[in-house]
Design a binder for this molecule. Structure first.
Ligand code: RFL
Ligand code: PHB
Length: 391
């Protein structure tokens, strides 16, 4: 099998890259190790930055998002049983975000790809990227019980944190920057209308809690739990009780309960692999970097990477100049490190570390008070949350 760009992974990065390349007249083949149902159902991100929304629209993949997505003009910070709203458009000159689940973005992109007949192979596991530093890189993969080779001009490693693409970069050229956190998120989906019309990020002495949503009738909620916790350790009753305690306010706000349909635990990690390019192999999305979910940045970073990559490949095709491809890693990493910084700040602002002292608690409250009382501090948060420019 032969193609111009071999794309490993049909998460948001790989699927959107295939779509953008098609728009630029560049052919690609997408290899995905899991089956379609798995890719379309795994629960992940919920928040799209303004720039991500614009990219999906321009790529012709925004129709259902515009019908069913929920535009959000702010978030609430909850601490010391009080509430503070951060007004995005007011602080950023009109920017907002969209609540539209990653599962839905992937479903829309898969439907378009399937309708238009672009090659997208499910249950096709990439085994290795070979010859990345030559003019003819190859992806070895297994599909329908057979081993095969995809010959390419370029390879896009969009295969997430646990993928194989990153392993093709020689250790002597790789630098990894990493931090793990001593806590995780227990996430639930519940069939109940969200108890607030915007997301609520709560700092509490017992730990962080987040109220989010998937639709006007489905709530998505998270609780900070110790790293290593198993979802089965928490009964539904315990989850609701703990959420109620952490969201409690002095003004009688109430959390509505409903049937829990899904429960899972997500570890928290910050990770950057540099560089994001080796020869003709380009890493994009979680294959190159991870952020803790507190800043809602992971999916949006993946989108930024593939926009940059598609633009660079189109530039090379039109002008013959590799200039933008050569700048790919550096261009992406500038934005990646801003997202790393913001995600770290939001995480340490809102979570309670197991070894936190009374001094740390007071500092967190002072940081939150500062955001609530200073327009400059509020603007800093609002600008980062609604997104940094791509490129
Ligand atoms: P993905 O989505 O992991 O997709 C990688 C794909 O590659 C496939 N794959 C392979 N295919 C072929 N051969 C191989 N050898 C392969 N190895 C792996 C996998 O099956 C998969 O289909 O990476 P991508 O595309 O880079 O997208 C990244 C995002 O998924 C991720 O950053 C976000 O979900 C992070 N994230 C959030 N991001 C946001 O922007 N906003 C949010 O609100 C947000 N909330 C979250 C999150 C992540 C979470 N979890 C579960 C980690 C909330 C949570 C709880
Ligand atoms: C989500 O809805 O899954 C979500 C929202 C905001 C975050 C993380 C996750 O910061």
């Amino acid at each position: 099998m032969r193609t111009t760009v071999g794309i490993i992974g049909a998460g948001p990065a790989g699927l959107l890259l295939a779509r953008l390349l098609r728009g630029a007249g560049i052919d690609s083949v997408v290899l995905e190790s899991r089956d379609r149902a798995h890719v379309e159902h795994r629960q992940r991100a919920g928040i799209l930055e303004q720039g991500t929304v614009d990219v999906l629209r321009a790529a012709g993949a925004g129709e259902r998002m515009d019908r069913e997505g929920l535009r959000h003009d702010g978030i609430e910070l909850r601490f010391a049983r009080r509430r503070h709203r951060v007004d995005f458009p007011g602080l950023t000159g009109g920017r907002s975000v969209m609540v539209y689940a990653q599962t839905e973005v992937c479903r829309d992109l898969i439907a378009l790809r399937t309708k238009e007949g672009g090659p997208l192979l499910f249950e096709a596991e990439a085994l290795a990227v070979e010859g990345a530093d030559t003019d003819a890189p190859r992806v070895r993969f297994r599909h329908a019980g057979r081993e095969d080779v995809l010959e390419c001009s370029y390879v896009a490693g969009c295969d997430g944190f646990w993928g194989v693409a990153r392993k093709a970069v020689p250790a002597s050229l790789s630098r990894v920057f990493e931090r793990t956190y001593p806590y995780a998120w227990l996430g639930i989906l519940a069939d109940v209308a969200p108890s607030h019309d915007e997301l609520v990020y709560a700092r509490h002495d017992r730990g962080f809690a987040l109220l989010s949503m998937r639709s006007p009738s489905v709530s998505r909620l998270y609780l900070q739990v110790p790293a290593g916790t198993e979802a089965g350790e928490w009964s539904d009753e315990d989850v609701w009780g703990e959420l109620e305690r952490r969201f409690e306010t002095t003004d009688g706000w109430r959390l509505e309960r409903g049937p829990i349909t899904q429960k899972s635990v997500t570890p928290m990690r910050s990770y950057v692999h540099e560089p994001m390019r080796y020869g003709r192999l380009f890493l994009a999305g979680d294959a190159a970097h991870i952020v803790p979910p507190t800043g809602a940045k992971g999916l949006n970073l993946a989108v930024g990477d593939v926009v940059t990559l598609a633009r660079a490949l189109a530039h090379e095709k039109e002008t013959g100049s590799p200039e933008l491809l050569d700048a790919y890693s550096e261009t992406c990493l500038r934005r990646v490190w801003q997202a790393e910084r913001f995600s770290y700040d939001m995480t340490t602002l809102l979570h309670r570390a197991p070894d936190a002292t009374a001094f740390d608690d007071r500092l967190q409250l002072a940081r939150l008070e500062r955001i609530a009382s200073s327009r400059a501090a509020g603007t800093d948060l609002a600008e980062a949350y609604t997104g940094f420019p791509v490129g």
